[in-house]
Design a binder for this molecule. Structure first.
Ligand code: 5AD
Ligand code: SF4
Length: 440
C-alpha cells in the first residue's frame, strides 16, 4: 500500500475538526494527503449519522469503493456511522480494513501500524466510556486565520431523538491549561480567530477545576493576537448568566450565541427529554437581550417530533417571533437507531413534516428580513473570507457571524484573513451589503 491517503468528511464542525486532527496524525506517521482518490493508497471516510438514513448513504458510498478494491487500496470508515454500525460494516463491505469511532482516534497510530502489517478488520469501537480526549499537536488546519479547538467531547444529555451520546461517548473535557497552550500556539503562528468546539460546549468542566467555561472564554479572548473567539454549540441546560457577562466584558468574544431550542412547546420539550420549558429557555434569551452588546442569536429546530400537534407547531412559531433569531437550522424529525424516540410512533407523514418545516422557514425569513434592517448605516468590522471577482465584491464575516459582502475603492482587494471596517448599506434576509471604509 502506498503511503498516500484521501479523506472525505461529512457532518458537523466537530467532525470537520476531527478530520484535521486525523490528517495531522497521518502526516506525522509519514502519509501524504492527495486530492484525488484514484491516487490514494488509503481512503478514509469520516461519517455522520445525525439525520435521515445516514447509514444507507454510507453503505451506498462503500459500494462505490468496492470498484476500487482491485487497485490495492485500503479503506477506513471512521466517525459516527462507524461507531453506530460497528463490525456490521465489515460484514457488508469486507474490503474495509478499519472501522473506528471518534472516541478511539488517539489510538490511530497503533491502528495504522497494524494496517501496514497487513491486518484486516481493525476496530476502534470500545472506547465510548473513556475519560480521555483526542489531544494532538499534529493538526492539519485547513484555514490559516481561523481555527477550531475542541474543548469537550461526547455528550451525556440523551435527548430522546439524538444519536450523539451513542456515537461520541461520554462527556469529557480537556484541561484548561491544555486548551490555553493550544490557543497560544495558534496565536503565535498567526491565527486571529479561535472557535471553541464541543457537542455541548458550555457543559465544559475543567478536570483540573481551574476555570469555569466563562473564565476559559475570557482567558482565550485575552491571548495577545487573538481578535475573535467563537464557541459552539451551547446547550440551554448549562447556559449560565456568567456567559453573557463575560461576552459583555470581553470585546474579542463574538456577539453571537447558537442556542438550539428544538421546539417552542413545553410538552414536546418534555417528550424530547430536553429538561427545560419554553419559559426557562426564554429567560436565557432575556439575559442576552439585556446585555450591553447586541448579541445575535441562532437556533436549531426539529419539526414533526412524535406527538407534535398543530398547536405545538404554533408554539414554536411564536417562539421564533419572541426571540427574533438571526438564523435557524430547521430539520424534519427522523428516527435514529438506539435512541429512545425510535420506539415512539413516528406517525406524521413526510408531507406533513415538510409542510410544517416550510411554515417555520417562511416565518423565520420574514423575521430575518426585518431583523437585518437594523444594521443599515452601522460601521462594523469584518474578517475577509473570500473574493467574488465576478461581482467585484469582497466577502466578509461580522462578529455576529453574518455574511457582509462589500465593495472597496482600493485597486487591490484586501487579503484573506485581514480585518476591515465596512459601512452597511443594504440588508437581505441572509446577508448584508456594504462599502469598505478608508483606513484611518
Ligand atoms: N431528527 C432530526 N433532527 C435532528 N437533530 C438531531 N437529531 C435529529 C433527529 N433525529 C438536529 C437537532 C440538532 C442538530 C444538530 O440536528 O436540531 O441540534
Ligand atoms: Fe453527525 Fe452528530 Fe456525529 Fe457530528 S456528532 S458527525 S452531527 S452524528
Amino acid at each position: 500500500m502506498s503511503k498516500t491517503f484521501y479523506i472525505e468528511t461529512f457532518g458537523c464542525q466537530m467532525n470537520a475538526h476531527d478530520s484535521e486532527k486525523v490528517v495531522g496524525t497521518l502526516e506525522q506517521q509519514g502519509y501524504a494527503q492527495v486530492q484525488d482518490e484514484a491516487e490514494a493508497g488509503l481512503i478514509l471516510y469520516n461519517t455522520c449519522s445525525i439525520r435521515d438514513k445516514a447509514e444507507q448513504k454510507v453503505f451506498h458510498r462503500l459500494n462505490e469503493y468496492k470498484k476500487m478494491q482491485g487497485e490495492g487500496k485500503r479503506f477506513a470508515v471512521i466517525g459516527c456511522v462507524a461507531q453506530q454500525e460497528g463490525e456490521k460494516i465489515f460484514d457488508r463491505a469486507p474490503y474495509v480494513s478499519i472501522v473506528a469511532g471518534s472516541a478511539s482516534y488517539r489510538n490511530l497510530p497503533g491502528m495504522l501500524e497494524r494496517l501496514e502489517r497487513g491486518d484486516q478488520r481493525i476496530t476502534g469501537l470500545d472506547d465510548k466510556k473513556t475519560t480521555e480526549t483526542f489531544e494532538t499537536p499534529f493538526v492539519a488546519r485547513t484555514n490559516q486565520h481561523r481555527g477550531y479547538i475542541t474543548i469537550i467531547e461526547g455528550c451525556d444529555k440523551f435527548c430522546a431523538y439524538c444519536v450523539v451520546p451513542y456515537t461520541r461517548g461520554n462527556e469529557r473535557s480537556r484541561s484548561a491549561a491544555s486548551v490555553m497552550e493550544e490557543a497560544r500556539r495558534m496565536a503565535d503562528s498567526g491565527y486571529t480567530e479561535i472557535q471553541l468546539l464541543g457537542q455541548n460546549v458550555n457543559s465544559y468542566r475543567d478536570p483540573s477545576g481551574a476555570k469555569s467555561f466563562a473564565e476559559l472564554l475570557h482567558a482565550v479572548g485575552t491571548i495577545p493576537g487573538i481578535r475573535r473567539v467563537r464557541f459552539t454549540t451551547s446547550h440551554p441546560r448549562d447556559f449560565t448568566r456568567d456567559i453573557v457577562e463575560v461576552i459583555d466584558a470581553t470585546p474579542t468574544l463574538c456577539d453571537h450565541v447558537h442556542l438550539p431550542v428544538q421546539s417552542g412547546s413545553t410538552r414536546i420539550l418534555a417528550a424530547m427529554a430536553r429538561e427545560y420549558t419554553r419559559e426557562w429557555y426564554l429567560e436565557r434569551i432575556a439575559w442576552m437581550k439585556a446585555a450591553k452588546r447586541d448579541i445575535s442569536m441562532t437556533s436549531d429546530i426539529i419539526v414533526g417530533f412524535p406527538g407534535e400537534t398543530d398547536e405545538d407547531l404554533e408554539d414554536t412559531a411564536t417562539l421564533l417571533d419572541a426571540v427574533g433569531y438571526d438564523a435557524i437550522f430547521a430539520f424534519k424529525y427522523s428516527p435514529r437507531p438506539n435512541t429512545p424516540s425510535v420506539s415512539m410512533a413516528d406517525s406524521l407523514s413526510d408531507e406533513v413534516k415538510a409542510a410544517r418545516l416550510q411554515i417555520l422557514l417562511d416565518r423565520q425569513r420574514e423575521i430575518q428580513r426585518i431583523n437585518y434592517q437594523r444594521h443599515i448605516g452601522q460601521v462594523v468590522e469584518v474578517m475577509v473570507e473570500g473574493h467574488n471577482r465576478q461581482r467585484n465584491q469582497v466577502v466578509g464575516r461580522t462578529s455576529q457571524n453574518k455574511t457582509l459582502n462589500f465593495t472597496t475603492a482600493q485597486p487591490i482587494m484586501p487579503a484573506l484573513g485581514s480585518y476591515q471596517m465596512v459601512r452597511i448599506t443594504q440588508a437581505f434576509p441572509n446577508s448584508l451589503l456594504g462599502e469598505a471604509q478608508a483606513a484611518l
